[in-house]
Design a protein around this ligand. Structure first.
Ligand SMILES: Cc1cc2nc3c(=O)[nH]c(=O)nc-3n(C[C@H](O)[C@H](O)[C@H](O)COP(=O)(O)OP(=O)(O)OC[C@H]3O[C@@H](n4cnc5c(N)ncnc54)[C@H](O)[C@@H]3O)c2cc1C
Length: 381
């Protein structure tokens, strides 16, 4: 009996799974591979906004629902408007990306979608068996977006959460600049935490307004709601508005080394593979890079995670998380320093892990002048 029914099985058609699938479908060398995709689509029914910055045109432009060329960063002390050129800030709807990937998959003769949950993955000598309610499937390789339980149980790594509640609101009067998104507005904060408002304006009278924390613990629903109401009333001077949709999330920001869970048969992807940038919680654009690297490694018969994680940038991420964890009430000062002393293009490039050491020094040196941060940089200098 041929045990290898499939060459590759992807567990989870979310961000990482869809991007992987689309990249494989577009790659001639995967034309004859037999690919299985498993997702019951029950895990996360919310339509998420997947936003990211990108230089000029990109491969997702045909699916974009919004794009901004101007941005703002604000605290009680600074009000920084920036032109992001050559970058722009782009927004996709997760449902659009997944529906696009699903449609391509259903049209491909060698690719199969099974709408079921992977309940168990059994690793045999040279193939894995995935057990689902729709039967068992054998595959030579599993690309697995299930987050390992060990991550939640681990007490050694730094674990912050990017948790937020957002409202899409419609207003009668004009309240937003539709050309300028707000990356962070720290004028309203939950004391003792790194917390801020994020705004994606869709028109002069419609926007997604989110109250976001980078902190260890979640808060009660009423807390997010109270801050949102306060911001809309006191900062945007809005007395009446209609909430047309909500968006809520909790993204891990952690020093946990997810790649310890890779085996020769099961490779973790997405959040489960450490694809979320630990210091920002962004993962969409980073996943695009990691997907390219993973497929290159696969075709070259290399370890699949080769070249994905830079030691240097990991250290920067670890330091950022350490500072945020230990001085959570002062995160706004760290970000204020970052945005005040650097052009936005340098910040984006740094977060994309594309800066030179000289550019990194320009970012770090002003930060080291802040007494509460200084000690953390001893690891670097
Ligand atoms: C509201 C919200 C807004 C966000 N906005 C942004 C943003 O603007 N920019 C950004 O970069 N990131 C954003 N994120 C974070 C981003 O969504 C995640 O980092 C990203 O989705 C992680 O990708 P993933 O593939 O690991 O997981 P997911 O995208 O969650 O996909 C996992 C998939 O696996 C499936 N699955 C899970 N277990 C099983 C199983 N046992 N069997 C079969 N299938 C299974 C699930 O159903 C799901 O479809 C946001 C998150 C939320 C919640």
């Amino acid at each position: 009996m041929d045990h290898h029914q499939y060459d590759i099985a992807i567990i989870g058609l979310g961000n990482a799974g869809s991007q992987l699938l689309l990249a494989m479908i577009n790659h001639p060398e995967f034309e004859n591979h037999k690919i299985l995709v498993l997702d019951d689509f029950k895990g996360d029914s919310l339509d998420k906004t997947w936003s990211f910055w990108e230089k000029e045109t990109g491969k997702w432009d045909h699916l974009l629902s919004n794009e901004w060329k101007l941005g703002n960063f604000r605290t009680g002390k600074v009000d920084l408007d920036f032109d992001m050129s050559p970058y722009s800030y782009k927004k996709l709807k997760s449902h659009d990306v997944i529906a696009f990937a699903k449609a391509k998959l259903l049209n491909h003769p060698n690719y199969t979608l099974v709408e079921s949950r992977a309940n168990q993955v059994i690793e045999n000598d040279n193939y894995a068996t995935i057990v689902t309610e729709s039967g068992s499937f054998e595959t030579k390789l599993v690309l697995d977006s299930r987050i390992p339980k060990a991550f939640f149980e681990d007490t050694q790594s730094i674990k912050l959460q990017q948790h937020f509640l957002g409202w899409v609101i419609k207003t009668e009067s004009e309240a937003f600049d539709p050309f300028r998104f707000v990356m962070m507005d720290y004028r309203l904060r939950d004391p003792g935490t790194t917390s801020f408002i994020y705004i994606l304006p869709y028109s002069k009278t419609e926007a997604l307004v989110e109250f976001t924390y980078f902190s260890s613990d979640l808060v009660a629903q009423e807390v997010y709601e109270t801050y949102l109401k306060t911001y809309l009333k006191e900062y945007l001077k809005l007395d009446s508005y209609e909430i047309t949709a909500t968006e809520q999330g909790n993204i891990p920001m952690s020093t946990y080394r997810f790649e310890q869970h890779h085996t020769s048969l099961v490779h973790k992807i997405g959040t489960a593979g450490g694809w979320v940038k630990p210091s920002t919680g962004y993962s969409f654009k980073r996943s695009e890079k990691f997907v390219d690297q993973l497929l290159k490694n696969y075709l070259a018969d290399k370890t699949l995670s080769d070249g994905m994680f830079s030691k240097k940038f990991r250290l920067y991420d670890d330091i950022m998380l350490d500072v945020l964890k230990n001085h959570n009430g002062r995160g706004h000062l760290l970000f204020q320093n970052l945005y005040k002393n650097n052009p936005i293009s340098r910040i984006f490039s740094f977060l994309d892990e594309e800066t030179t050491f000289l550019e990194e020094l320009k970012i770090m040196l002003p930060l080291t002048s802040m007494p509460f941060i200084k000690g953390f940089f001893k690891k670097l200098f």
